[in-house]
Design a protein around this ligand. Structure first.
Ligand code: FES
Length: 106
């Protein structure tokens, strides 16, 4: 599915993410700036924070329990649309998903 990352300069990058890959891994593999993923996707660093445009893909799974707790540790303000990209496993329902990358992860 095609996923668009928008950075804080309002530049967008669209990449084709394989089904089953996490959004964090896909971003790192595609050299998308601003998503660090320091813990490698173990949900314990909060450096893969994104703001999810839920209108772009309404069926994205809800925030899980570990993600919920880790979201309290993001560097930029946590919002209702905050997600951790390592916890979002891409599936075909996410075609056209748009996420915004916060200015900093640290
Ligand atoms: Fe560490 Fe997502 S990569 S919490």
């Amino acid at each position: 599915p095609l996923v668009t990352f928008i950075n804080s300069m309002n530049t967008s990058n669209t990449i084709d993410v394989p089904v089953g890959e996490t959004l964090m891994r896909a971003a790192v593999n595609s050299n998308i700036d601003g998503i660090l993923g320091e813990c490698g996707g173990a949900c314990c660093c909060a450096t893969c924070h994104v703001y999810l445009d839920s209108t772009s893909a309404p069926d994205v799974p809800r925030v899980g329990e570990m993600e919920q707790q880790m979201l309290d540790h993001v560097a930029e303000p946590r919002r209702d649309d905050s997600r951790l990209a390592c916890q979002l496993v891409v599936d075909s329902s996410m075609e056209g998903l748009r996420v915004t990358i916060p200015q900093t992860q640290l």
